[in-house]
Design a protein around this ligand. Structure first.
Ligand code: PEP
Ligand code: MG
Length: 892
């Protein structure tokens, strides 16, 4: 049929650009065939991912025409190799391997030695003059085919092998002689019949049909689904199936199999690395059943094949322009390449390769930058779980701040502080955290919460400080009252050991060793490479990169990591220190404006000191300071705790009863049903202008106290109406005049854009703002109506499972929804005021995908946690490279 869909491609027809259709493996084998020549790559064909999708859609029915196309391709393969499947004289054998668009190591199925049957085993024995080898191939095939395509438990086969070995008094599989292997093959066939009620299929065409179905089916297996969910691979991609002529690494002493990388895959050092095993098939190398040998030793074993392999690795790296991860087989001294792909690599190898590739002339700077996975770079800055360690995972949450941490469990910030004073390492464990817990963050090695998510309080603060943090570990039932964590049938109490991995969200009770990347001897070189790569990123990017920091320490850290200013200082954190809290409380409790002003008067010098510290740390760079934003109840104790305390005080008639009752009365009065939509942000400034007046005085006096004038940018939070910003701007300018400073010269005034209404009326708001900073945390919360502190532990996982969303909208910007609001506000804001400066300071400012979006939206800078600054620098450069020829949406 002329217009029948093409489901099958010979390797000779494909190329690396056909990845979506042929899968990564199929596309690369095809490419490699063209680059290295047909002699180096065993021939074969690929059944497309589209065939798999059609098969799934039809309820596990092969699409029309596929069977005939497979038969034709097989015929061509037989002609090309001059061998036939099932032949009694030198038969063709094939491997049937999965190959999705993105590699999913070990998740999908593979069948080797297909074509073995009672006839071809004799043929293979004759052709190779090696009866043992032929029977070993047959028994391997029955075992693998039975396991993969009929689901027979691998253990049953292993059991049979163990029995035959013990009967014969041998220890190793390699010591089994031909008779033993014949016996094993019979046993395996019997197992197959027992399990399936059918004889083991002798017809190679039938074997192939079943094996292809098995690979398709493995796409929908539980293991593969789970892997896709974690790695965000869409379920509807499907897998291709590669049918390839087998070559044998287990034919004898001049045969073998191995894996080889074009450079050291861990350190990125420019020497090839890898493992091999003589007289073995590929599965033996990766399964760990035998201990493989280092690739360098291959030189002594088969010098010619070794030299050829080294040459090929170079050729492939040159051709792909990236580090390669290959599999090879040597059959009777002849080297064959089975597959190649871009190597997955840790951050250190990524930066080392990028730098060296440019030095060697392999890539230009832009190409090299594109090989780096920006999101991984924080791994170079923090201690992590030893990647070699084994540990039992008791719960998994959201990886909220990278790095590994371990210590005794504590449940309150105060306990964390006192433990730290005694020099004990602790992990602060709570259902969630609030501004009151900040002191505990400094004291703890790590933070673990059962609620929250990527943008919850715990996540923001921990990331800012570089403290490892896992949030939304919802399997943990944390009781603050009983001071214990319940998980499954275990109870973990205060003082018990716990370890968290903020890089992948895992929680364990095992004492996992932590490794500091800087202690790695190769790190000096890596650090140099890191600096070089970051320098290139800076030369390439258009977006500025600032940081969210509230303390001089964080600010200095961020500056070291390349921040070009502070994009968000959350001043509320400054009121949390122990010496500030009582003063802050007094201010909140004040019954009259005069009393409030009085309390603020005492806070002013402390705030001024804070700002001086920040200006000093950020000398010469802009510092955006946000006036008080959170609802005031966040500075007061929890209502239920306080009510219980008052109750107790009443019973015991304690001295502080009156004071506590007053505190309770205020807390009740100001608490709200929906505090995040309540009296917060500029609404506070309008109700209590004296608070903002004090803060502006503090900022401007600090500015005047500096030797070198700083660049303060005063930011008004949570604006909805243009009159709000108009009023607040007047307030700032009035204080500015009082301090003898000039708006526009000595300081600027702008606003957060974090409410949908503000985006719609951004042109009106822009009339009163020198800059906008998109608060995409709140904007996501208010645009979607998703509570940022709750959803990630509640329904976001189910939404991801059900494919309503791919990723949490608090982690990566919801482009069509929230992103559209950002684009709209940027566009109309600039229409009203062409010189309007635009930034983003929500958590999305450190997410590479979102950064690409902000680049296109025409923003001027992104601002993120200190430890994400290097990520943002590289991601901003990548966005500029990807869109080098596109106009930003704002200009289009
Ligand atoms: C935001 O809402 O995006 C923001 C940066 O402010 P915060 O996280 O402090 O609410
Ligand atoms: Mg906000």
């Amino acid at each position: 049929m002329a217009d029948e869909q093409k489901w099958v491609y010979d390797f000779a027809e494909g190329s690396k650009d056909m990845r979506e259709l042929l899968g990564g493996k199929g596309a690369n084998v095809a490419e490699m065939t063209r680059v290295l020549g047909a002699d180096r790559v065993p021939a074969g064909f690929t059944i497309t991912t589209e065939a798999c999708v059609a098969y799934m859609q039809a309820g596990q029915e092969e699409p029309d025409g596929m069977a005939a196309q497979v038969a034709d391709a097989l015929e061509r393969l037989q002609e090309h190799t001059g061998k036939r499947l099932g032949d009694d004289d030198d038969p063709l054998l094939v491997s049937v391997r999965s190959g999705a668009r993105e590699s999913m190591p070990g998740m999908l199925d593979t069948v080797l030695n297909l074509g073995m049957n009672d006839t071809s085993v004799e043929g293979l024995a004759k052709a190779t003059d090696n009866e043992r080898f032929a029977w070993d191939s047959y028994r391997r095939f029955v075992q693998m085919f039975g396991n993969v395509s009929r689901g027979i438990d691998g253990e049953a086969f292993e059991q049979a092998i163990a029995e035959v070995k013990s009967d014969r008094g041998v220890e190793e599989d390699t010591e089994l002689d031909t008779d033993a292997l014949k016996e094993l093959t019979d046993r395996f066939k019997a197992l197959y019949s027992e399990h399936t009620g059918e004889d083991f299929p002798q017809d190679p065409q039938e074997q192939l049909r079943l094996a292809i179905r098995a690979v398709f089916d493995s796409w929908t297996g539980d293991r593969a689904r789970e892997y896709r969910r974690i790695n965000r691979i869409p379920d509807d991609w499907g897998t291709a199936v590669n049918v390839q002529q087998m070559v044998f690494g287990n034919k004898g002493d001049t045969s073998g199999s191995g894996v080889a990388f074009s450079r050291d895959e861990v350190t990125g050092a420019p020497e090839p690395s890898g493992d091999f095993l003589p007289n073995a098939q590929g599965e033996d190398v990766v399964s760990g059943a035998r201990t493989p040998r280092d690739i360098a030793e291959m030189k002594d074993w088969l010098p010619d094949a070794y030299e050829q392999l080294m040459e090929i690795l170079k050729t492939l790296e040159q051709h792909y322009g990236d580090m390669q991860d290959t599999e090879f087989t040597v059959e009777d001294g002849q080297l064959y390449m089975l597959q190649t792909r871009d190597a997955k690599r840790p951050a250190q190898a990524a930066v080392r390769f990028a730098r060296d590739a440019v030095d060697e002339g392999l890539l230009d700077r832009e190409q090299a930058l594109m090989t780096v996975d920006a999101d991984m770079l924080t791994a170079l800055l923090v201690e992590t779980f030893d990647p070699k360690a084994d540990y039992e995972v008791i719960a998994t949450g959201v990886p909220a701040a990278p790095g590994g941490a371990k210590g005794e469990v504590v449940f309150t910030a105060a306990d964390a502080v006192s433990a730290a004073d005694e020099g004990r390492a602790v992990v602060l464990v709570r259902p969630d955290t609030n501004a009151n817990d900040v002191a505990g963050f400094h004291a703890a090695k790590g933070i673990l919460t059962s609620l929250g998510g990527k943008a919850s309080h715990a996540a923001l603060v921990a990331r800012g400080m570089g403290v490892p943090c896992v949030t939304a570990a919802s399997e943990l039932k944390i009781s603050l009252e009983d001071k214990c964590i319940r998980v499954g049938d275990r109870t973990i109490g205060e003082g018990d050991f716990i370890a968290i991995n903020g890089t992948n969200g895992e929680v364990t009770l095992d004492d996992v060793p932590l490794v500091d990347p800087k202690e790695d001897p190769a790190f000096d070189e890596i650090l140099k490479a890191f600096e070089t790569v970051l320098g290139w990123a800076d030369d390439t990017r258009r977006l500025g990169v600032r940081t969210n920091a509230d303390t001089p320490t964080d600010a200095r850290k961020a500056r070291e990591l390349g921040a070009e200013g502070i994009g968000l200082c959350r001043t509320e954190h400054m009121f949390m220190a122990e010496d500030r809290q009582p003063k802050m409380r007094r201010m909140i409790m004040a019954g009259t404006r005069e009393a409030r002003k009085d309390a603020l008067e005492q806070l002013l010098p402390l705030q001024q000191e804070d700002f001086e510290g920040l200006f000093e740390a950020m000398k010469g760079l802009p510092v955006t300071i946000r006036l008080l934003d959170p609802p005031l109840h966040e500075f007061l104790p929890d209502l239920p705790d306080l009510a219980a305390q008052v109750e107790r005080a009443r019973i015991e008639c304690t001295d502080d009863l009156e004071e506590l009752e007053e505190l309770l009365e205020t807390t009740e009065r100001i608490s709200e049903e929906n505090p995040m939509l309540g009296t917060r942000g500029c609404r506070l400034g309008i109700l209590y202008p004296e608070i903002y007046e004090m803060q502006v005085h503090a900022i401007l006096r600090a500015a005047k106290a500096m030797d070198e004038p700083p660049h303060p940018e005063i930011m008004i939070p949570l604006v909805d109406y243009e009159h709000e910003i108009e009023l607040m701007r007047e307030l700032v300018v009035r204080i500015g005049n009082d301090e003898g400073l000039h708006e526009g010269e000595d300081y600027t005034v702008g606003t957060m854009i974090e409410l949908p209404r503000a985006c719609f009326v951004a042109d009106r708001i822009a009339k009163f703002a020198d800059f906008f900073s998109f608060g995409t945390n709140d904007l996501t919360q208010t645009a979607l109506g998703f509570s940022r502190d709750d959803v990630e532990s509640k329904f976001v996982p189910v939404y991801m499972e059900q494919k309503i969303i791919d990723r949490s909208p608090f982690e990566t910007i919801d482009k069509p929804g929230v992103g559209w609001l950002v684009r709209l506000a940027a566009w109309v804001g600039r229409e009203a005021r062409p010189d309007l400066k635009l930034g983003i300071c929500g958590e999305h400012g450190g997410d590479p995908d979102s950064i690409e979006f902000f680049h296109m939206a025409g923003l001027d800078y992104v601002s993120c946690s200190p430890f994400r600054v290097p990520i943002a620098r590289v991601a901003a450069a990548q966005a500029a490279i990807i869109h080098a020829h596109d106009r930003s949406w704002a200009d289009a």
